[in-house]
Design a binder for this molecule. Structure first.
Ligand SMILES: [Zn+2]
Length: 298
């Protein structure tokens, strides 16, 4: 069976050519996955509806984003200009994770080519995140009885603070974040489990810690997993502070996806962050998630 991957041309937004965020990656990842024959045909999402967004975000915040009336300080915290293509992108990328989650239930595993906006909170965005797509999709599954106990395993180099806050005290969603201790956000939130890594952590130590916590997570009864596969843990990332190699990321993605797939727990993979100094390398690193998941189905 082929891996189901969700993509939309509107994942790309016009944020200005000199912007620090590598927004071009969203078009390039889709091209790369096609070129490498990892994906033949993409599933195209709808923009996430207000009704679905409202289960996780405040009505006021959703309206301010859609009307582009969010105050300047709050826009600055997000880091993207609040223009039509950014609004559109935030809505389709969130719809994309909802669709990928539904496809994961059907096929065991599925991925988005965007998503993992884990810094977005109930009524605010931050750190290049407008809506918390994974939180929205998790709540969508719970509301429809499609899942009962969800794990968000977040291996982006930054803490999944928005997801931690949104699901604080919610026993149906377990938030796990393994991140750089000294990295953004300066003030960390409290996930159900936080693992803080020292600067310059290398492959061997990273994978040892990951395997230990996976064995702990395997003691719990999850029936759905969201995997935030940020590649900003790479040694050549502009924002990461760790020293993980290409091979380390490949092993990480294989270990995580195989762990849950082999137990029959549906897994939805989303991109997370990546700011590699080498653009082509960045695209290649993000595609490791899709390649690891595709391999499970062969
Ligand atoms: Zn990140």
């Amino acid at each position: 069976m082929d891996l189901s991957v969700v993509n939309h041309e509107d994942y790309f937004a016009k944020i200005g050519d000199d912007h620090k965020f590598p927004i071009d990656k969203f078009g390039e990842i889709a091209n790369y996955l096609k070129k490498k024959k990892i994906v033949e045909k993409f599933y195209k999402p709808y923009a996430c509806s207000d009704e679905t967004l409202k289960r996780v975000h405040s009505e006021g915040y959703i309206k301010h984003i859609k009307d582009k009336t969010l105050d300047q300080r709050a826009v600055k915290k997000i880091g993207f200009p609040l223009v039509d293509s950014v609004v559109r992108r935030s809505l389709v990328a969130t719809g994309g994770t909802v669709l990928a989650a539904k496809l994961a239930i059907k096929n065991g595993v599925a991925c988005n080519t965007a998503g993992g906006s884990h810094h977005a909170n109930f009524d605010s965005g931050a750190g290049y995140c407008v809506f918390n797509d994974v939180a929205v999709a998790a709540q969508y599954l719970l509301d429809r009885g499609l899942a009962g106990r969800i794990l968000i395993i977040d291996l982006d180099v930054h803490q999944g603070n928005g997801s931690a806050d949104i699901f604080k005290g919610n026993n149906n969603v377990f938030t796990f974040s393994m991140h750089s201790k000294s990295n953004y956000p300066a003030k960390k939130s409290i996930s159900d489990c936080d693992v803080e890594l020292e600067n310059d952590t290398e492959d061997k130590e990273y994978l040892r810690i990951l395997k230990f916590y996976l064995s702990q997570l395997n003691e719990e009864n999850f029936d759905f997993v969201f995997y935030v596969a940020g590649v900003d843990i790479h040694f050549n990332d502009r924002l990461g502070k760790l020293k993980i190699s290409d091979e380390g990321i490949k092993k990480r993605d294989e270990i995580v996806t195989e762990n849950f797939f082999s137990k029959g727990i549906p897994l939805c993979g989303v991109l997370g962050g990546g700011y590699n100094k080498d653009f082509n390398k960045l695209v290649e690193l993000h595609s490791i998630l899709h390649q690891s998941c595709a391999k499970l189905l062969r």
